[in-house]
Design a protein around this ligand. Structure first.
Ligand code: ADP
Length: 335
């Protein structure tokens, strides 16, 4: 059996004549951090709590307007709340406190995402605009300078293009339909990734170690490839040349384990838990130079979650990094 406090999530206060508290539930007592005996029987403005003072003002407003009114507020250490009040007569009414902390976090995350994306896009736009103005204002630039400028403009256009592509991929992943999932062999996806990686990082070597002939999963092969490629590319990017990347693939029971191990620069422990966040980079300047904006690993994590799997990372500075993926094999037998 659940306790009553679990069933009624809203904080509820029943207010009697003269704005006296007649009753409050467990949730209200918890949100306000007030023991019931300090509140019941006392007038809202006689209790030392700013939320209750605001509740009284809201009740008065509700009485004036003849309908329920609400406002949002924060309670220190508790989060964000919607305070709703409805007054009937001479202070009598009801006050409800709804916890809106989760909703607020989603809104804040959305705002941060837009701010980060805009910032990342603005930088190359500013650079391209500056060079375009130079081309417009300075006649007779030498052939070498012209070439240098156009190269930089093209590089920054590519940077924007990559960023927009990554953002669209993230949006696409959110709405991935189940119809795109099909049987795919992880070993052949890894092989495709190796072919894609070779021309970009000719000195990097991908060494696959497995006892499996195949490793079948129910997934969208393109997004699985995207996730694995991101991990291989990072392993190559963040290693001294020639990068050696070891890939272990193992089927154990109902799970597929993939470990991607490099001998690169490593990741400091304080960065480890943040590297999967959107736009998080350990060294912004270095990532930009290498053509990244901190989106790659957030795409990887989203893909892994979509496949009901998990991803963890372990690393030692100067020694290397290993990403461990665990993906359920479920669903394959239904083909
Ligand atoms: P980006 O590579 O564009 O910066 P990612 O989301 O792919 O963005 O990675 C986030 C950060 O994690 C990178 O900035 C990098 O510092 C770190 N990182 C990722 N993979 C590795 C790796 N294999 N070795 C060392 N650092 C890594």
């Amino acid at each position: 059996m659940h306790g009553a406090e679990n069933l009624l999530e809203e904080g509820v206060l029943w207010i009697g004549r003269g704005f006296k508290v007649r009753f409050l539930n467990f949730a209200a007592a918890k949100f306000l951090d007030l023991p019931l005996r300090h509140v019941v029987g006392r007038s809202l403005d006689a209790i030392d709590h700013s939320v209750l003072h605001q509740a009284k003002e809201l009740l008065i407003k509700s009485g004036e307007q003849g309908c329920a009114v609400s406002q949002t507020l924060s309670i220190e250490g508790k989060g964000y709340f919607e305070l709703v009040a409805e007054e009937r007569r001479r202070g009598r009414g009801v006050v409800v406190l709804r916890d809106r902390t989760d909703q607020r976090q989603v809104i804040e995350m959305g705002k941060a995402f837009v701010a980060n994306a805009s910032h990342e896009l603005r930088t190359p736009i500013t650079i391209i605009k500056g060079f375009a103005e130079t081309l417009q204002d300075v006649p007779n630039l030498s052939k070498e300078v012209l070439q240098e400028i156009t190269e930089k403009m093209v590089r920054n256009c590519s940077r924007m293009e990559n960023l927009v592509k990554s953002l669209l991929t993230l949006a696409d992943l959110e709405t991935l339909p189940a119809s795109r999932l099909q049987e795919c062999d992880v070993l052949s996806v890894i092989e495709t990734c190796a072919h894609l990686l070779a021309p970009l990082y000719p000195e990097a070597s991908l060494e696959v170690c497995t006892y499996q002939d195949s490793a079948l999963l129910r997934a969208d092969p393109h997004i699985l490839e995207l996730a694995l490629f991101n991990l291989f590319e990072n392993a190559a990017k963040y290693s001294a040349k020639p990068a050696v990347i070891a890939v272990d693939v193992l089927v154990e029971g109902e799970e597929l384990h993939i470990a991607i191990k490099d001998q690169g620069i490593g990741i400091a422990s304080q960065d480890l838990e943040r590297i999967f966040d959107r736009f998080y980079t350990v060294d912004k300047a270095r990532s930009r130079k290498l053509g990244g904006a901190g989106i790659g690993l957030s795409i990887v994590k989203t893909v892994v979650q979509k496949l009901d799997g998990t991803i963890t990372v372990s690393s030692e500075m100067g020694k290397g990094t290993t990403f461990h993926l665990t993906l359920p094999l479920k669903g394959v037998e239904s083909f």
